[in-house]
Design a protein around this ligand. Structure first.
Ligand code: CTP
Length: 399
């Protein structure tokens, strides 16, 4: 129930704005006080009169109108609610939020607020999948903004795919969850590794791998969202640092091991990094030059430390739960089980990283959670959803 909660609903201009009228009704049924702001474009889809009638409150539209309201300015308005909800959130509004643009009342409120923000994206499938929208989503998520939907299905523009605004009941549930987040990992410490490691050959060249860091960063964010105090040790990655997480940036496997040891003690360690198994024995101090007609240089490799195995080894500093990943291209679960035994960790999250799966660098992941006596196969999910499920399983063990 949302009894007495103050919900500030921003309606931006998309065809699904009509569902926002139902959202207002449901929120009021749950006891919420709902105030609304319509963007200029939203007024093409729903009228201020219907929004005002349903919310039983005046509707806010532009900054000029606001300045006429005695005693209220945009800062105050953005902070006197318990939560700001943007439903529907168009690609345009998401882009403005990511860039910090405040060109009308709705975007100004979103920039000025210090309250939780939840967005319900709704747009054409291609607009949703566009790299710009996905980059904006990653930026907003990293800043701690919650998202509900979009859902997959037939769309008003006659296309099919993800882009439909989440159902009203889902948005109400997401508001409820955002206002009373469960924090079962409060007081627990978590260590997460993420991204690739890079091993220098000389000052300009290195050995690396295709890991993007998306899954590891999402796990760090998900554990923090459940209240854990998280240290994320990350190799070079374009992913933004997750909000509310201590991030240690490293390059090589040896640096990653040192940073992990420095982050102990921890209650749980999740090793999602794709650590280079081999480093260059003696990286050249200067750039290796080509010799005309000469043979390519021979590069001598040496084994890197196995961070997961070291964290799993019996010691007073061993985290209570150690979770590894298995990146495989064949015999997925058999290889993962063998890794569980060889490394001495408690769980392995096994994923197929064959190029055709698009796992490395992509947004989706299909994993199997392997424990000593079970193998739980999850459907293909967004990496943030995989992270959220894993965090809940971790919380079940630690709390
Ligand atoms: N890992 C690690 N340190 C290493 C190598 C791997 O901590 N030097 C961890 C990874 O973070 C992951 C798990 O071990 O949690 C398995 O990594 P993966 O690359 O799948 O396996 P490897 O141990 O490298 O074995 P192989 O390359 O033979 O599959």
């Amino acid at each position: 129930m949302l009894n007495g909660k103050k919900v500030f609903l921003i309606i931006s201009g998309g065809i699904s704005a009509y569902k926002s009228l139902d959202l207002i009704r449901r929120l009021r049924e749950q006891g919420a006080d709902v105030r609304c702001c319509l963007t200029e474009n939203a007024q093409q889809f729903v009228t201020p009169l219907s929004v005002s009638a349903l919310s039983q409150n005046p509707v806010f539209r532009d900054q000029f109108e606001l300045s006429n309201e005695a005693g209220i300015n945009h800062i105050e308005l953005s902070r006197t609610s318990d939560i700001l909800v943007v439903a529907p959130a168009t690609a345009d509004v998401m882009a403005k939020m990511a860039a910090g643009i405040a060109d009308q009342l709705a975007t100004t409120l979103l920039l000025a607020t210090d309250k939780p923000v939840l967005i319900a994206p709704a747009m054409n499938v291609r607009m949703w999948q566009h790299a710009a929208t996905q980059a904006n989503l990653a930026t907003l998520t990293a800043r701690g903004i919650s998202t509900v939907g979009p859902n997959e299905g037939p769309m008003a523009c006659n296309e099919f795919g993800p882009g439909r605004m989440a159902e009203v009941a889902e948005i109400v549930a997401a508001i409820d969850a955002a206002l009373s987040p469960a924090r079962p990992l409060a007081g627990r410490r978590a260590l997460v590794t993420s991204g690739p490691t890079v091993e220098p050959i000389d000052p300009v060249r290195f050995i690396a791998n295709r890991s993007s860091g998306k899954q590891g960063h999402a796990i760090a964010a998900a554990l923090a969202a459940l209240g854990a105090e998280v240290t994320l040790v990350s190799g070079p990655s374009v992913q933004p640092d997750p909000a509310g997480v201590t991030v240690r940036h490293v390059e090589t496997a040896r640096e990653m091991l040192a940073a992990c040891k420095a982050a102990l003690p921890a209650d749980v360690a999740v090793c999602a990094a794709a650590v280079a198994d081999w480093g260059v024995k003696t990286p050249a101090a200067q750039k290796i030059k080509k010799v005309a007609g000469g043979a390519p240089p021979a590069i001598e490799l040496c084994a890197n430390p196995d961070i997961l195995a070291e964290l799993s080894a019996a010691s007073p500093a061993r985290p209570r739960l150690v979770v590894g990943f298995a990146a495989e291209t064949e015999n997925l679960t058999a290889h993962a089980r063998e890794k569980l035994a060889r490394k001495g960790c408690d769980w392995i999250v096994a994923n197929d990283v064959s190029p055709e799966t698009g796992t490395f660098g992509g947004d989706a992941n299909q994993v199997h959670l392997i424990t000593a006596d079970a193998c739980d196969s999850w459907p293909a999910l967004d990496k943030r959803e995989v992270a959220a499920r894993l965090a809940i399983r971790i919380a079940e063990v630690l709390s």
